[in-house]
Design a protein. Structure first.
Lengths: 282, 763
């Protein structure tokens, strides 16, 4: 059995973490406890539960950004009018995570710190230019999501540091926003490939701005900035769609595992993107 | 207060166990934590093939709280269990044949100590060549899983009717195909578990999640050399079974632990990962089919070859294959048939019984062939089936003349008249962009009972308790399918009682009588027939004894109503509690038996069969699936599902529909996603995060249509319907995908990846 520390305030949490450097931070623990299931008894690490830390809960609106507490569960994010207003793409993605019971426990901060290539909240966070706010006894800092997530299960989190809030800059909305998740079943499934897209057209129906991100097709979320730049000014027609398909096919770097082959992931990553672009014309 | 009403058959009576199960108070074996208990757990081989050289136990014994670490040397008796072939070591004493083989048994004071000690037992296993592919296992140079089994063959058999080779050569149209089906896991909620203790008189008593409490005594007794009257098995309600608890799982290990626990109770409960590694599975199967017909669609000849992979031990592999062979030609009239079957050993996990026991593998192939033929002939697939469907008096593909109720035509006609079938074109035309829609059919059947040469019998006992309630001593386990509820309903109906007046006791070998396993669509059928006779006898007896108490000349105006016997002409009554006080114990108990019918003139079509051939009673079903295929991802969504079923008369429409819906849901998992993934014989999909079953949103509403029928030999005219529905979804979905996209999927399950790659190949 593990000892579980349950601080109620952030300073207390940071102090406990400093005193127990080997402690594993958790909030909903939907991932952590499952992974610890097979561990041999006798070597359990201390768990630091952040579920009751007031500063890490809830959603607040500030002048320039929306702030989501790291330990806010997805069901609360889905139900929140502010998130619907400023980050509907994140709502779409959050609705595909696990099932209702998991979404009541699992948190946005947990999804980020797990840093799984299949984390469903991640592609939207990349497209929303999310910044990750961190706290330690030494002070606070914030990193862009792309700088925070380093690889599968690896983040820029330093010893003694905790993620406190996720900051989403308020920016003009995109008329087209879409998150699509492909799994092997319709709920409670780990993404085999996911896609997030945001786009706007100009008055002539050409692409004015497009941003795309893919999950589960690389060690971290995959972006194709060159393609995004290249598409500016392009008309939405067959040739453009084909170009997108080809670029995605070449641009993603998936692996084969128990859930799907690399080839399948590549194919679906391209299909989801081409369908998104195609639908811009409709 | 409203008058008490007796239970009646044919009505959707509320399950007697509904309240307890909804409230969480129904006792399962897994709920037992007796005082002073010890924990037992297994050290598994972890490699698929090898020779056990030694087991180092010192480090494990040094863990505080560890009581014993047992190895094969501690096993009394022959150390082999099995249902028909006793080939499975309780603890390995030499050869390791699959990764889940048990090499040591640890007993500890706490679960934490147990897990720690299991991790510290070191088994030295010298690796030996292994074989995992069933076709490779047949090769001349293949390593032998059992040295005494040349060619790794557990059973090779044949059904030959007419002259299939010649007839196929002369057929106007021939279609063919090769199919493969996955290893499927049962995924019951309650994993394998039980509690055992050695009583003061030397009896090993055990409460265990088991489908076959009476047979468990033989398996445990034979393996550990314990006389079976020194073994008592109690089988409470199971949290699911589906065949996976038919045959010893924890039983022999628990009994062994109990023998070394100094009279303390010992609990063993496999975690999901262990259940995946060591529990029984559905046989993966490869089939090759050739089906020939006339241009008008009349079926002429069938050849098929079936290869079942039984894994490391026999379990019921031969019998599973035999049942598959008996069903390989589908519910059709085909004059010329040749069915070849082989069941082989490999170093894979052990396959055993699972709902639709060998049949769902062949239903996939045969029903795919029917649609291929319909497409070739340009015929409506439903009309093609109707043209060839078995009717009363026909001879089936195994050569058996049908003498019991045969409702296949009626099931197909229900689909033909159903709006989901009639309006299919309009629905298909409404497919959204990036998707295609299709509608698929399957006509399926499933035998009931053990089949020839395996006596299928039950002994029912009913008893008037001292308090005036009537106890039904159920002797065939209830794994959730509701047979016990059916028994309450039958007894209530015959004895004029309501549920409050009846008590259902779950199987206990000390107080009930041997009645076989809960399996093979025979649970309600066989025990129900015995129960009817016992209840009728008790009814007569209660009425007679009441007449005695009331000084009546005869019994003719006496009636049983809830709680009492009444005599309307004189307005008198005898409460059952008073009657109970009046009757001595032996007078309050009625016992009766039933033996299921078998085929008297066994056709000479089958060779190589050991036992279990032929069957005489079959349930039939016609299934329809409407699906949508996402062309971007290959994901199949099942939008609507209809299952029309001939299960004879219906005892309880609710329970009936639940069996059909459960079978279809499990069949949908088999069709779309369920596959036990292995590497070198070790299971990769060991948890429910990687072994996927359908969730609530993956299964559509399932419409169950009941064909009104009557099986003359059945209790209240019923036939078992627990298995037949499992056979429909895989072929119905395959046929729907072909209808939607023009691709013929022959390898199940139809994962999005397989579908998308098939679409790419087609494009």
């Amino acid at each position: 059995m593990s000892a579980v520390l349950t601080p109620a305030r952030l300073d207390e949490a940071l102090r406990l973490l400093a005193e127990n450097p080997a402690a594993l931070a958790m909030a909903g623990a939907t991932d952590l406890l499952v992974r610890r299931r097979g561990a041999i008894p006798g070597h359990e690490p201390v768990l630091l539960s952040l579920a009751h830390v007031a500063e890490l809960q809830g959603i607040t609106e500030e002048a320039a950004f929306l702030a989501i507490g790291a330990a806010t569960p997805f069901s609360r994010i889905i139900a929140d009018p502010l998130v619907h207003r400023y980050a509907p793409l994140l709502v779409q993605a959050a609705q595909t995570i696990g099932g209702p019971a998991i979404r009541n426990m699992a948190t946005l901060g947990g999804n980020i710190c797990t840093a799984s290539p299949a984390g469903d909240s991640l592609p939207p966070l990349y497209l929303l230019d999310a910044r990750i706010e961190l706290a330690s006894p030494a002070g606070e800092r914030a990193l862009p999501i792309a700088a925070f997530i380093l690889g599968p299960g690896r983040t820029a989190l330093e010893q003694g540091e905790l993620v406190t809030r996720i900051l989403l800059p308020k920016a003009p909305r995109f008329p087209r926003e879409r998150f699509i998740k492909t799994g092997r079943r319709k709920a409670l499934a780990i993404s085999v490939t996911s896609f997030a897209g945001r786009a706007r057209l100009d008055q002539d129906g050409r692409i004015a701005e497009i941003r795309m991100a893919w999950g589960s097709v690389g060690p971290t979320v995959v972006r194709l900035p060159a393609l995004e730049t290249e598409l500016v000014g392009a008309p939405v027609h067959a040739a453009t769609v084909e170009r997108v398909g080809l670029a995605v096919h070449q641009g993603v770097a998936p692996i084969s595992d128990l859930r799907a082959s690399a080839g399948y992931r590549r194919l679906v990553a391209a299909n989801l993107a081409t369908q998104f672009v195609e639908a811009l014309g409709g | 207060m409203s008058p008490r009403e007796p239970l009646q058959v044919g009505r959707p009576e509320i399950r007697y166990d509904a309240a307890a199960k909804a409230a969480g108070t129904e006792p399962y074996a897994a709920d037992l934590y007796p005082e002073n208990l010890l924990w037992a757990g297994v050290v598994r081989a972890g490699v698929a093939s090898g020779r056990l050289r030694s087991v180092e136990t010192e480090a494990a014994l040094a863990v505080p709280g560890v009581v014993r670490v047992l190895t094969a040397a501690d096993v009394p008796g022959p150390n082999r269990h099995g249902i028909i072939h006793r080939d499975t070591p309780v603890l390995v004493d030499g050869r390791v044949r699959h990764a889940g083989d048990a090499v040591a048994l640890v007993i500890a004071e706490t679960h934490a100590a147990l897990r720690q000690a299991i991790g510290r037992v070191r088994a030295e296993i010298e690796p030996l060549p292994a074989v995992f592919d069933p076709e490779a296992a047949l090769g001349e140079d293949a390593p032998l899983v059992h040295e005494e089994r040349p060619g790794n063959i557990l059973l090779a058999a044949e059904i030959r009717k007419g002259a299939a080779d010649q007839a196929l050569a002369g057929c106007e149209v021939v279609v063919e195909g090769e199919f493969s089906t996955p290893m499927q896991a049962h995924i019951f909620l309650e994993t394998e578990n039980g509690v055992a203790r050695l009583e003061g008189d030397g009896t090993v008593s055990m409460t265990v999640s088991s489908q076959s409490p009476f047979r468990d005594r033989f398996e445990v007794g034979a393996a550990l050399d314990i006389p079976y009257d020194r073994i008592r098995i109690v089988a409470p309600s199971l949290g699911g079974g589906f065949g996976g608890k038919d045959g010893a799982t924890v039983q022999c290990l628990l009994a062994l632990a109990a023998l070394h626990a100094g009279g303390r109770p010992v609990k063993m409960h496999w975690q999901r990962e262990e259940s995946m590694a060591a529990g029984y599975k559905r046989h993966p199967c490869r089939t090759r089919y050739r089906l020939g017909a006339d241009r008008d669609g009349t079926l002429r000849a069938l050849y098929c070859s079936l290869l079942y992979d039984t894994g490391a031990y026999a379990h019921l592999g031969g019998e599973v294959m035999e049942l598959g062979m008996e069903h390989a030609g589908g519910p059709y009239r085909i004059p010329h048939v040749l069915i070849e079957g082989r069941c082989v050993y490999t170093n894979n996990p052990v396959a055993g019984a699972m709902r639709a026991f060998g049949v769902c593998q062949v239903a996939f192939a045969m029903e795919s062939m029917l649609d291929q033929l319909a497409q070739r002939l340009g015929m409506d697939p439903l009309e093609l089936r109707l043209r060839n469907t078995l009717v009363d008096g026909d001879v089936n593909c195994a050569g058996l003349p049908l003498t019991t109720s045969t409702g296949m035509v009626g099931c197909l006609e229900m689909l033909r008249d159903h709006p989901l079938w009639r309006e299919r074109q309009a629905w298909k035309d409404g497919a959204p962009p990036h998707a295609r829609r299709g509608v698929g059919l399957a006509a399926v059947f499933n035998a009931a009972g053990y089949g020839g040469k395996v006596r299928d019998a039950a002994i029912a006992k009913v008893e008037l308790n001292p308090d005036g309630r009537i106890a039904i001593h159920n002797a065939v386990a209830d794994m959730g399918q509701g047979n016990a509820c059916g028994f309450v309903q039958m007894a209530g109906s015959i004895l004029g009682q309501d549920a409050d007046q009846l008590e259902l006791r779950q199987p206990d070998t000390a107080t009930a009588y041997p009645s076989g396993s809960a399996s093979a669509g025979r649970t309600t059928y066989t025990f129900g027939n015995a129960l009817i006779k016992a209840c009728e006898e008790l009814r007569q007896r209660l009425i007679n004894r009441a007449g005695l108490l009331l000084f009546l000349d005869d019994d003719c105006d006496l009636r049983l109503v809830p709680g009492k016997v009444i005599h309307p002409p004189t307005d008198r009554e005898v409460p059952l509690s008073r009657l109970a006080a009046f009757m001595p114990r032996e007078d309050r108990v009625c016992i009766s038996q039933f033996v299921a019918p078998v085929c008297r003139q066994v056709p000479d079509t089958a060779t190589g069969f050991f036992i279990g051939f032929p069957h005489v009673i079959f349930a039939y079903g016609a299934h329809l699936a409407r699906i949508e295929v996402d062309l971007r991802t290959g994901l199949i969504r099942i939008d609507d599902y209809v299952a029309a079923t001939d299960g004879g008369a219906v005892l309880n429409p609710c329970l009936f529909d639940q069996q059909i819906q459960g079978g279809v849901a499990q069949g949908i998992g088999y069709a779309l996603m369920e596959e036990v993934e292995r590497r070198e014989g070790c299971i990769q999909s060991e948890s429910l995060a990687t072994y996927l079953i359908p969730t609530a949103v993956d299964v559509p509403d399932i419409l169950s249509c009941r064909l009104s029928g009557n099986e003359a030999t059945g209790p209240f005219g019923l036939k078992g319907v627990g298995e037949v529905a499992m056979n429909g979804p895989l072929p119905a979905v395959a046929n729907a995908v072909a209808d939607a996209c023009g691709i013929r999927l022959r390898r199940a399950p139809f994962t999005p990846e397989r579908v998308l790659l098939a679409l790419e190949e087609q494009a």
